[in-house]
Design a protein around this ligand. Structure first.
Ligand code: FE2
Length: 463
């Protein structure tokens, strides 16, 4: 079984119907197009072949050296035992840390999903497998309107231009927003794939929002960042907005979203230009960093992606100022991890926060970026009392996969790690999930849930 159950199952069910697939296909196709991620787009070899098509059919809009960088990245990925489109290729979905290759994934996915109806009507005889179906896609890729090489090259070149002219970072305007002393905060990370299990997480979070409202609690929902592949507005529209637990600004539920590296692979155009302009996210006032505070806590949402694994603008001083200026406990929220038991970490983020740590340690820090969920042991670092990664909202990962880090790295004791899994074809796929924080005066009750609903899979108390 590949990574993208929903779409694949639909295709396979459809293909199993043989020559009668045509009319049935249209019905499946409409749903399949929503699934919005295609397995082959996670396969470096498939991407490389498509990039060759783009280069051969393009008009040189993408500079030669960019093509070389992209081919080199795809060669590295193809050689890596860690990443790919399915378990035979690696334990993690291939989500490159290359803006250009992410753009290629966005472009090809858009092409495929926008043509799904045509692709299904009618299925030619002799096409019985998903793989054969996607070989046929090559033809479509070459011949049809928005899927042709010239178009793909134009989109990628526009993306490269966007990267160079990133959306403006609004500095020094972080809002201070009051929240109730007994507020609920629902937190999910790396959720923006729109996969069926990510939608299930969305549904579960919606239930937790409703439960809090019913109990008369103020409630907020926070995304820790990353809408795949490149954070385009269209990707937000397809994979994020339809499943976000807050349907309207009138519900009185706060919506918050951190910037992630994948959001910046389109220069932040979707994040700054679309998401933060949505009325539900009006509390941001256009700023990608912000403070939520009550009598006991200040929650500082940071932008660690505008500059990758770093803090753009005056955020470092801002956090230090908050540490100095208030006796409230401090919780940091960021896309990137401050440290990890699983991978090596870039030191820049911590360097920028050293002045804040010099004032006093922070009481809690929640982050995503790694596609797993764990609670670290107490006081994992001198600057921190409680740390937890909540990055398992929507990216398929094999549970037995032990990270891609190489070389020496520090290890940390874990209090808990999410290990609920779905077994398919002898592989254990980690369940997607999220966390609920219930503020209780000076303490916070944390409960971790997975996509299946049911009771919490872990609880913790932050004092
Ligand atoms: Fe990330």
């Amino acid at each position: 079984m590949g990574l993208l159950d929903g779409l694949k199952e639909k295709f396979e069910a459809l293909l199993g119907r043989g020559s009668e697939a045509g009319p049935v296909g249209a019905a499946f196709a409409a749903e399949a197009a929503d699934a919005a991620i295609v397995e082959q787009v996670l396969d470096p070899a498939f991407l490389k072949a498509r990039l060759e098509d783009v280069k051969a059919g393009g008009t040189g809009k993408v500079p030669k050296e960019k093509y070389e960088e992209m081919f080199a990245e795809l060669d590295r990925a193809q050689a890596s035992p860690a990443v790919g489109a399915n378990p035979s290729q690696g334990g993690q979905a291939y989500l490159p840390r290359s803006p250009e290759v992410s753009m290629l994934q966005s472009t090809i996915t858009d092409c495929i999903t926008s043509r799904v109806e045509q692709l299904f009507e009618p299925m030619p005889p002799g096409h019985h497998s998903f793989g054969e179906f996607l070989l046929r896609e090559t033809e479509v890729f070459r011949k049809f309107g928005p899927c042709d090489a010239g178009w793909a090259e134009t989109v990628i070149s526009q993306g490269i231009a966007d990267l160079e002219g990133k959306s403006g970072f609004l500095d020094g305007k972080a809002p201070d927003v009051g929240i109730a002393n007994d507020a609920r905060l629902v937190v999910v990370g790396d959720w923006g794939t729109g996969l069926p299990a990510a939608r299930a997480v969305g549904k579960e979070m919606t239930a937790k929002v409703a439960e809090a409202k019913k109990a008369g609690r103020e409630v907020h929902v926070l995304h820790l960042g990353d809408v795949y592949y490149s954070g385009w507005k269209e990707e937000y529209k397809a994979r994020f907005m339809p499943y976000w637990p807050v349907r309207s600004a009138d519900e009185g539920v706060g919506s918050w979203a951190l910037n992630g590296n994948h959001d910046m692979y389109s220069g932040g155009k979707g994040y700054f230009g679309y998401l933060l302009k949505d009325p539900r996210f009006a509390g941001h006032r256009g700023s990608s960093y912000f403070c939520l505070q009550n009598s006991h806590w200040q929650l500082l949402g940071l932008d660690s992606a505008y500059i990758d694994s770093d803090l753009a603008g005056s955020q470092g001083e801002w956090v230090a100022g908050k540490q100095r200026g208030s006796a409230r406990k401090t919780m940091l929220l960021s896309h990137h991890q401050p440290f990890s038991d699983f991978v090596e970490v870039h030191p820049r983020l911590l360097e920028k926060l050293q002045p804040a740590f010099d004032v006093r340690p922070v009481d809690a820090w929640l982050w995503g970026h790694e596609h797993l969920c764990c609670e670290y042991g107490p006081n994992p670092e001198s600057y921190l009392r409680f740390g937890s990664c909540i990055g398992h909202g929507g990216v398929p990962v094999l549970l037995d996969y032990e990270g891609s880090g190489s070389g020496e790295r520090k290890h940390y004791p874990l209090t808990w790690r999410a290990t609920n899994a779905e077994t398919r074809d002898e592989h254990r796929w980690q369940m997607f999930g999220y966390a609920v924080l219930d503020f209780d005066g000076p303490g916070i009750d944390v409960a971790y849930y997975d996509q299946q609903g049911g009771p919490a899979v872990n609880t913790a108390r932050i004092e």
